[in-house]
Design a protein around this ligand. Structure first.
Ligand code: EPU
Length: 337
């Protein structure tokens, strides 16, 4: 373990923004992590996992800790289910494929989501009708305050749509070191009713899908809609889908009769932010090296050397326009630093 000086963070964030950190260290064991956290000379720390949910807008004056803890372990195995622990630095999609290869079901709909295992509980990642909370058993996280490892059970995490305790009262106070999932070994619960999964399976001529088939269908859908961060820098959905009062939605329907919505409660609905952004004319708009993706308006992209502040300003322009046109505020999903 070596602390390096003036390191570019470009390879460590999926937006591919070229800012630098004064100090940088990559840790691959819990002991190293504890050692680094006990150093008094770096009060300002930034924790980096897969860098898939952040927009870096300026150089970081402090110590970046790259969490590179690796390993996948079967904690216990039963007739129907298995508990699998993955360390925070494991690439999420590779972990999903490992589970699928072992015929462990539950996270196949979450195939191809960029980022590492350690960040999945923070924003309760979700796609195609499944969220991490559905298979999450517990996670271990190290307290930055006393450098002890604590276990968070599912009920401790306050999971909600793209939200958890780690984005609220525990924000900035812990580093997730591992996550344990409860997965099925048989009688897999398949989720094929969301969006275009069923039609994708049909196109693939699959009538009795396995978890492998669902993963393949999800990969095909994602590849057709979402830019690969290795090719075009991006952070997935930049905004959350807003939840709005039904009364506002009903009023808006008078002017926008094709506005889609998903039920949330008796009084609220969720509106796809991608639809609002497309309707506002931003889909596919390019401003030099940055813009809005052509196939999915929720995704802001860096075509080359965009600055984080360019993308941040574009996101504010989009938010202001949506507010003006629809009286709806769309909240950023990514962390802005
Ligand atoms: N839509 C448009 N134009 C667009 C994009 C979407 O009109 O450019 C409308 C369409 O009506 C479409 C609907 O939005 O039917 C839903 O689109 P999609 O199924 O692509 O899902 P989403 O709501 O845009 C969410 C997640 C994605 C996740 C997909 C699939 C959020 C913020 N995003 O997007 O998550 O992959 O559902 O489950 O909830 C991510 O978090 O990084 C991410 C990509």
């Amino acid at each position: 373990m070596q602390i390096q000086q003036n390191i570019s963070l470009k390879p460590f964030n999926t937006f591919g923004i070229d800012v630098s950190a004064n100090h940088f260290v990559s840790v691959s064991t819990i002991e190293e992590l504890k050692q680094i956290l006990s150093l008094k000379e770096y009060p300002n720390k930034l924790i980096l996992g897969g860098g898939s949910n952040m927009l870096l807008t300026k150089n970081f004056e402090g110590l970046v800790i790259h969490v590179n803890l690796k390993g996948i372990e079967i904690v216990s195995e039963h007739t129907d289910c298995v508990f699998v622990k993955a360390y925070a630095g494991e690439n999420w999609h590779e972990f999903v494929l490992w589970c699928i290869n072992n015929d462990f079901g539950g996270i196949e709909n979450l195939s191809l989501i960029p980022g590492n295992v350690g960040t999945t509980p923070i924003q309760n990642i979700g796609a195609y009708g499944v969220e991490i909370k559905d298979t999450f058993e517990s996670c271990n996280a190290i307290s930055l305050e006393n450098i002890h490892i604590e276990t968070f059970k599912k009920e401790d995490c306050q999971f909600d749509y793209r939200n958890s305790i780690f984005k609220n009262e525990a924000k900035g106070k812990y580093i997730v070191t591992s996550v344990t999932f409860k997965l099925t070994k048989q009688n897999h619960q398949l989720h094929i009713n969301y969006g275009t999964i069923a039609s994708q399976l049909e196109a693939m001529k699959i009538t009795a899908p396995s978890i492998q088939d669902i993963s393949k269908a999800v990969i095909a859908i994602r590849e057709s809609k979402l830019p690969n961060p290795k090719v075009i820098g991006n952070s997935g959905s930049f905004f959350k889908n807003p939840v709005v009062p039904k009364t506002l939605y009903t009023n808006l329907l008078q002017n926008f009769e094709d506005m889609p919505s998903y039920p949330v409660s008796d009084t609220e609905v969720k509106i796809p932010a991608g639809w609002l952004i497309e309707k506002a004319g931003f889909k596919g708009k390019r401003f030099g090296d940055y813009g809005v993706h052509k196939n999915q308006a929720l995704v802001l992209v860096n075509y080359g050397d965009a600055k984080g502040s360019d993308i941040l300003n574009l996101s504010i322009l989009i938010q202001d326009t949506i507010k003006r046109l629809f009286n709806i505020y769309i909240e950023a999903e990514v962390n802005i630093l």
